[in-house]
Design a binder for this molecule. Structure first.
Ligand SMILES: [Mn+2]
Length: 345
C-alpha cells in the first residue's frame, strides 16, 4: 500500500489468516441479505457488491442491493445493476431476525445509508473493507488494508466458502480489482492481486472484454468534460498537479459526476508529478480527489481537511468556494519540502 521509496512492494497480506467461519455462518443463517455499496459508488464498491448480490441469489437468498446514491451508468454492465436501489433507507425494508446486512468497501458509517446506525442489534452487520482507516462498525469486521480492493477480499471469502460462482460474479470481482489497483499499476497491487486475477481468468473472464466495458465506455459528454479538466492543469510546488471542474462544466457538456472517476489519475501521468489534486465543485462543498506516489501522501493531506482514504488515494469535502479550496491545498502542498522534480511546464 505504501509508495514510499523505502518499502519494497508488499509481498502479500501481513495479517494473521482471517477466521471466516463466524462470517460464513452468519450469512448462511440469514435468508434476507441487504448488500450495500458506499456513497458515490466506484468500481470496487459496485463490483464487490454486485458479486455479493449474485452469490446471495445463487444461494437462494432474498437479496436487496443498494446504496445512498444513484448507480453510475458506466457500470450498468454489472450483474444485478438494474435492481440496484438508490436512495435506499433501512426503514424502507423489512429487517427481521432473518436479515443480514453486508457493507462493502465502506470505511465509515457516514459513507453508508443514513440510518445504518438504527439497525437492530440482533441483525448481523458484516463489514468487508480494505481501507486502513475503517471504523470497524460491523458486528463482524473482515478488514484487510493490504488488499488491493474489496473485490480481492470477496474472492478470498468465496474461495473459503466453497461457493462456485458464475462468470458474472468473476467479472464483477475483476471490475472491482482492476478499477482499484489501476489496471495492476498502483502500489496496492501485490502478487496475490495477480494470482486472484489469474483465478478469475481461469474461470472465464476475458480481460479484453472487461477493458472494453470498463475503460472504453466514455461518452462524448464525458470525454469533453475530461478535455476541459485537462486544459486547466497547472503545476504546484514543482511536484504536484492540480485541476478543477465547476458545476457549470457538467451542465454545458451534459456530463455526469461518474465521468470524473479516473480523471485524477491522469494528473499523475505528468512527468515529475508525485501528487495530484482534482477539485469538483458541488452544491455546498468542493469534492477533492487526491493521489500520490511520493513522500507526501494523499491521505495525509485529506486528513487535514477532515477527509481520509488510502495512503496514496484519498479525498475530502471542503465547505468552501472552489477558489478557496484550491488555494488551501495548493499552499499546504507548496509548504511541504518534497523533493522538487521540476515538472516541465
Ligand atoms: Mn476499494
Amino acid at each position: 500500500m505504501s509508495g514510499d521509496g523505502e518499502k519494497i512492494v508488499d509481498a502479500g497480506p501481513a495479517l494473521p489468516p482471517f477466521d471466516f467461519s463466524p462470517l460464513i455462518s452468519a450469512l448462511s443463517g440469514a435468508s434476507d441479505w441487504i448488500v450495500l455499496s458506499h456513497v458515490k459508488p466506484d468500481g470496487d464498491a459496485l463490483g464487490s457488491a454486485s458479486a455479493f448480490a449474485s452469490v446471495g441469489r445463487i444461494l437462494g437468498k432474498n437479496v436487496v442491493w443498494g446504496g445512498p446514491d444513484e448507480f453510475p451508468s458506466r457500470y450498468s454492465f454489472l450483474a444485478g445493476a438494474a435492481a440496484f436501489r438508490q436512495n435506499l433507507k433501512l426503514s424502507a425494508l423489512s429487517v427481521t431476525e432473518k436479515s443480514a446486512v453486508v457493507v462493502l468497501d465502506t470505511s465509515t458509517r457516514a459513507r453508508s445509508l443514513e440510518d445504518i446506525s438504527e439497525l437492530p442489534p440482533f441483525v448481523p452487520l458484516v463489514n468487508i473493507d480494505h481501507h486502513a482507516d475503517n471504523e470497524m462498525f460491523g458486528t463482524i469486521n473482515y478488514l484487510d488494508p493490504f488488499s488491493s480492493s474489496t473485490g480481492e477480499m470477496v474472492w478470498m471469502l468465496l474461495r473459503e466458502w466453497g461457493v462456485s460462482p458464475g462468470v458474472e460474479v468473476l467479472e464483477a470481482l475483476y471490475t472491482a480489482i482492476i478499477t482499484d489497483c489501476g489496471n495492476f499499476a498502483f502500489s496496492c497491487t501485490t502478487e496475490r492481486t495477480h494470482s486472484i486475477a489469474a483465478d478469475l481468468l481461469a474461470g472465464g473472464v476475458s480481460p479484453a472484454r472487461m477493458d472494453e466495458l470498463i475503460r472504453c465506455n466514455a461518452t462524448l459528454p464525458g470525454l469533453r468534460l475530461r478535455a476541459i479538466a485537462l486544459s486547466r492543469v497547472f503545476a504546484a510546488g514543482g511536484w504536484a498537479a492540480f485541476t478543477w471542474l465547476r458545476r457549470d462544466d457538467f451542465v454545458r457538456t451534459r456530463s455526469e459526476r461518474a465521468d470524473t472517476e479516473f480523471l485524477v489519475n491522469d494528473l499523475l501521468t505528468l512527468k515529475g508529478v508525485s501528487f495530484a489534486a482534482f477539485f469538483v465543485e458541488d452544491e455546498e462543498c468542493v469534492r477533492v480527489s487526491l493521489r500520490s506516489r511520493g513522500a507526501v501522501e494523499a491521505a495525509e493531506i485529506a486528513r487535514v481537511f477532515g477527509g481520509g482514504g488510502h495512503p496514496q488515494a484519498a479525498g475530502c469535502k471542503m465547505p468552501l468556494p472552489l477558489s478557496d479550496a484550491l488555494e488551501s491545498i495548493r499552499s499546504l502542498v507548496e509548504g511541504k519540502n518534497a523533493e522538487r522534480l521540476a515538472v516541465a511546464e
